[in-house]
Write a protein that binds this ligand. Structure first.
Ligand SMILES: Nc1ncnc2c1ncn2[C@@H]1O[C@H](COP(=O)(O)OP(=O)(O)OP(=O)(O)O)[C@@H](O)[C@H]1O
Ligand SMILES: O=P(O)(O)OC[C@H]1O[C@H](OP(=O)(O)OP(=O)(O)O)[C@H](O)[C@@H]1O
Ligand SMILES: O=C(O)c1cccnc1
Length: 486
């Protein structure tokens, strides 16, 4: 993820055609509010970890059309070969500076379906121009942070190293994945540029090529130990894994005579449960009970859970492809939808998009999310309209099924999740370090009931609409479907 400067053109052309339309019809300054949310947690899981706000802020803060962008836009033509955009509009874009208000869930916050992760409020033309890039950034970061959280969640505190750069979706995808993986719970990355760029820990062992470049394995381990006595994790599976462990023990002893301690071994093929158990016995018997067993090879949360169930003696998990590419669900379907338009008197007119699928019918209003907690456990989230507030009944109505309701007891405490980020285009929140975001992800996850965290068929965490908002939405659906006479 390169630092986004001058990325105003990182958008779909239709955002600019709409922006042009708003400008031409003199509607560009009318205020609107948009919400960025997803409809289903990824990986058939029960939650997501909100991520991507820091790079989104970088994007927002550097948002402007450079003169070369304007020159390029001036070359675009319509189907009559005339310019697509008026010169006056291009001058407007050249001068444009963001004046929007942005509120968002801090990175590392647990997020559930239908909840806005980001809310953008301001001149509709500006809100529209931000849609594609915000989705691009937040969708991918949230997806990978969630994958990392699921993987780290099954290792019971044992470190997960992210090894995915070689299989990631390009340079930018690799950097973005390493950042989000750390935020979601990984302990370190093999990606050195990500380490430099984001200040996240880097770790590395060695590859088969090191072993293969020597005449035999023992000699290769000896060479590595000589070169790098303070970072010896020997990859033992190039020829025969258990022979490799024997060689590691032998070199470990020589290393100890020189005053160094081998860190451990890495397994990268075969039956990782069986081999780790055997390797553990050999390392212990050889005098290396502290030596760590690292494992890699197409791991994901399901294989790791299975390996743990088999009693594998693996203490560090190297996970690449399946993590950095979000292999089983390569995109989070986050969307950015209009919630309301401001009227000349300053009031907000809620807006709704209908769909055959109830879950796809949008939630109208200027939305905020309130999270309720009781005795250290999260009990449910309420989506409410900030302009109309919360009905005295602190209850929520399920978005998909109005018969499912939940009442929060008075002793439950609550917090609003969307916090101010930009006001009038200026940054108003203190930039957070990635370590703070990571620790939020870990702490919040611990407050989520294990039934919502489990990998398979998780329990659905209660998220619903505040009663007044639910009633407004129902009325708007009826009005749209049957006409306002209803
Ligand atoms: N005990 C186990 N239980 C469940 N899955 C395992 C176990 N041991 C290894 N695996 C996983 O099974 C898959 C086996 O991978 P693969 O077919 O590549 O075999 P391999 O022995 O690693 O061969 P290769 O030498 O080609 O890497 C990997 O995803 C690995 O993580
Ligand atoms: O398996 P992943 O989760 O993607 O983790 C990264 C993989 O990258 C390395 O393999 P390498 O590129 O040498 O390929 P190979 O081991 O699959 O042959 C390493 O040995 C891991 O197996
Ligand atoms: O350091 C490692 O062991 C490593 C790094 C990248 C990919 N696979 C393994």
């Amino acid at each position: 993820m390169t630092t986004p400067t001058g990325l105003a053109l990182l958008t779909d052309l239709y955002q600019l055609t709409m922006a042009f339309g708003y400008w031409k019809l003199q509607r560009s300054e009318q205020h609107a509010v948009f919400h960025l949310f997803f409809r289903k947690p990824p990986f058939a899981g029960g939650y997501a970890i909100a991520a991507g706000l820091a790079p989104a802020i970088d994007f927002l803060q550097s948002f402007r059309f450079e003169s070369s962008d304007i020159d390029y836009l001036a070359t675009l033509t319509g189907n009559d070969d005339r310019p697509l955009f008026d010169a006056g509009f291009l001058e407007y874009l050249a001068e444009l500076r963001l004046t929007c208000d942005v509120d968002a869930m801090p990175e590392g916050t647990l997020a559930f379906a239908q909840e806005p992760l980001v809310r953008v409020r301001g001149p509709i033309l500006q809100c529209q121009l931000l849609e594609t890039a915000l989705l691009n950034i937040i969708n991918f970061q949230t997806l990978i942070a969630t994958k990392a959280s699921r993987i780290s969640g099954v290792t019971a505190g044992e470190p997960v190293l992210e090894f995915g750069l070689r299989r990631a979706q390009g340079v930018d995808g690799g950097l973005a994945a390493s950042r989000a993986a750390y935020l979601g719970g990984c302990a370190a990355t093999s990606n050195v540029l990500a380490g430099k760029q984001f200040g996240i820990p880097v770790k590395g062992t060695h590859a088969h090529s090191w072993v293969m470049s020597f005449d035999d394995e023992l000699e290769s381990f000896a060479g590595y130990a000589e070169a790098m006595p303070n970072n010896c994790v020997f990859l033992v599976d190039t020829y025969d894994t258990l022979d490799g462990v024997r060689h590691a023990v032998e070199i470990g002893k020589r290393l100890r005579e020189r005053g160094h301690e081998m860190v451990g071994i890495r397994l990268d093929s075969g039956d990782l449960a069986y081999l780790s158990i055997e390797a553990r016995k050999m390392l212990d018997a050889g005098g290396f009970p502290q030596a760590t067993i690292v494992a890699s090879n197409d791991l994901d949360e399901h294989i790791i859970e299975s390996l743990k169930g088999q009693g594998a003696k693996i203490a560090v998990w190297g996970v690449g492809t399946k993590l950095a590419t979000a292999y089983d669900q390569p995109a989070l379907g986050g969307v950015y939808k209009l919630g309301a338009m401001q009227q000349p008197d300053g009031s907000w007119q809620p807006k709704l998009k209908l769909s055959e699928q109830t879950a796809k019918t949008t939630i109208p209003g200027v939305l905020q999310v309130r999270r309720f907690e009781q005795q250290g456990t999260l009990v449910g989230d309420m989506i409410y309209d900030e302009t109309s507030g919360i009905d005295s009944r602190e209850s929520i109505v399920d978005v998909k099924d109005a018969n499912r309701r939940k009442h929060f007891p008075p002793e439950a405490t609550s917090t609003d999740l969307l916090v101010p980020v930009l006001r009038g285009g200026d940054l108003v929140s203190r930039p957070e370090s990635i370590h703070e975001s990571r620790s939020r992800a870990t702490t919040e996850l611990a407050r989520l009931h294990p039934s919502v965290r489990r990998l398979m068929n998780p329990h659905e965490y209660p998220v619903g609409l505040e009663i007044g908002l639910h009633e407004l939405r129902e009325q708007m659906i009826r009005d749209r479907r049957w006409g306002s006479a209803s």
